[in-house]
Design a protein around this ligand. Structure first.
Ligand code: ATP
Ligand code: MG
Length: 476
């Protein structure tokens, strides 16, 4: 009974004898094989962890290959971001072979095999059922049937993402002419593109990501349906969109990817922020500065913070609203809080940003007004703020994009680096004796009543992550 249920949910059980796919079938599918060396794959570029995962599975009698981006990037001589392994062993069978592994995912299970800090995501070959459960637009709601390797190749998105590399035998298996497409730098969808986008509209975003990241040209039939089907992205769960957008921004070529999104018209409706931001010249400057900084960090192998990134992407809108609300007479800090809430509320309808990330974003934003108050103990307390570094980097973006005088960024740079005397001199320079302090007087009067960090005289409040009286983030 339970067995039957499992069969129903997960489809048929993969068999060990899948390993010996009949030659005729392989020929029908157009399978081509290449020695890795012929394609320029440097075996040293394949991580030890991925190699050992494949080797262990193969020694136990299963098929096991590095698949997806790891193979594509190895052929392109790019540094693969990570390595995924595909196998005909079931998650339980994989789990049994590796002491440090765990099964994740409630429905379609994959196994994380751990080697030190490296994780190899190991998934069982899957098939796309012809009778899969879909929504009314054709979006596949359940894609969790196990299948043969050939099935697994056919359900992948692009030909260049459907290559399998056996690192032990140093052999590449190519079911969909992915090698040809890598060589001609072409992004081509496997199967009928419109159907594949209906099954999973996120694939349209993936077109923009891979075209931007790899600098590939998008094959016309792959590009054509996107303009018409773009609105289907509206049916995708917002958490999934967030994950895919994060991958796009973290691709190391985020600017190129955004250009692709715009060229395809995919930025409309997807991210309300991008719609508006990219259409304002000052918003575009700010976002470009942020994405350039992100791409540079990735090129230097530095980690990127999603909180910082999304804080930057939403900032032009928040800033515009902040200005407007202040012009209506609201106090500086309160106005910022209102602007933040309204933008986050709108954004959350489309793209669910995780709560933890939203709280980082709030911190970075809410500290910004304090950079402009270079009086008394405020600058000294700000240096102690746990998120000073991120907030300061954010300030630099505001300077770089022309929103603030670059001298302010330089002042903070010097102040953060300075010794006691240098800091005093900087404070003196920012507040010359006998001159009124910067800022508009009425706003300052009102600010005194507000409860924001840095506004009151209580130093402890200063290091609080955000205004304690503030409602919890509305996006999650
Ligand atoms: P990157 O190096 O940027 O991670 P990747 O190709 O490894 O690129 P992933 O998002 O990690 O991309 O996905 C791994 C593989 O899973 C892809 O190469 C592709 O074969 C398959 N895949 C992922 N998402 C989809 C999808 N939405 N539809 C079909 N296949 C997909
Ligand atoms: Mg990957």
């Amino acid at each position: 009974m339970i067995k039957a249920l499992i069969q129903k949910v997960f489809g048929r059980k993969p068999r060990k004898d899948d390993a010996a796919a009949p030659a005729g079938k392989a020929a029908r599918s157009g399978l081509q094989t290449y020695p890795g060396a012929q394609l320029g794959i440097d075996p040293r570029g394949i991580s030890q962890a991925a190699y050992r995962t494949c080797e262990t599975l193969q020694q136990a009698g299963y098929k096991a290959y590095v698949v997806g981006g790891g193979v594509r990037d190895a052929i392109l001589k790019l540094k693969p971001k990570d390595f995924d392994v595909a196998t005909n062993a079931t998650p339980d069978q994989v789990r049994a072979l590796f002491r440090r592994s765990r099964i994740i995912g409630p429905r379609f299970q994959i196994v994380h095999v751990m080697f030190g800090r490296e994780v190899i995501e190991t998934s069982t070959f899957r098939a796309l059922q012809s009778d899969a459960l879909t929504d009314e637009h054709g979006r596949v709601l359940r894609d969790n049937e196990w299948g043969s390797q050939e099935d697994d190749a056919a359900r992948r998105d692009f030909t260049v993402n459907a290559l399998y590399y056996d690192p032990v035998a140093d052999q590449v298996l190519d079911y969909h002419q992915g090698v040809r497409d890598i060589q001609s730098r072409t992004l081509r969808m496997i199967g009928d593109p419109a159907t594949r986008y209906r099954e999973d509209p996120v694939r349209m975003l993936r077109v923009a990501r891979f075209a931007g990241k790899l600098g590939f040209h998008v094959e016309p039939a792959t590009r054509k349906p996107v303009a018409e089907l773009a609105p289907l992205l509206g049916n995708v769960p917002s958490a999934r969109l967030f994950d895919e957008m994060l991958k796009l921004f973290a691709s190391g070529k985020s600017l190129a990817c955004i250009e692709e999104l715009r060229a395809e018209g995919l930025h409309h409706g997807l991210l309300p922020m991008l719609d508006l931001v990219l259409e304002l010249p000052e918003g575009q400057r700010f976002v470009e500065a942020a994405l350039r900084a992100t791409d540079e960090r990735i090129a230097q192998d530095k980690p990127i913070s999603p909180g910082f990134l999304f804080a930057a992407l939403l900032w032009p809108q928040i800033n515009a609203r902040w200005k407007k609300i202040r012009a209506e007479g609201e106090a500086l800090y309160q106005a910022l809080m209102i602007a933040i809430d309204s933008v986050l509320d709108e954004q959350a309808e489309k793209l669910a940003i995780q709560r933890r990330i939203v709280s980082d974003m709030r911190e970075i934003w809410s500290v910004q007004p304090r950079f402009e108050r270079r009086t008394g103990s405020t600058p000294y307390r700000l240096l102690e703020h746990p998120r000073f570094r991120a907030a300061f980097d954010f300030l630099l973006l505001r300077c770089e994009s022309g929103e603030l005088d670059p001298a302010l960024g330089q002042w903070w740079h010097d102040f953060a680096d300075g010794d006691r005397d240098q800091r005093e001199a900087l404070m003196e320079a920012a507040n010359p004796r006998g001159k009124p302090r910067t800022g508009d007087a009425p706003a300052r009067k009102r600010r005194r009543r507000s409860r924001g960090p840095g506004e009151g005289s209580n130093g402890a409040q200063d290091s609080a992550p955000a205004d304690p009286g503030h409602p919890p983030p509305s996006a999650s």
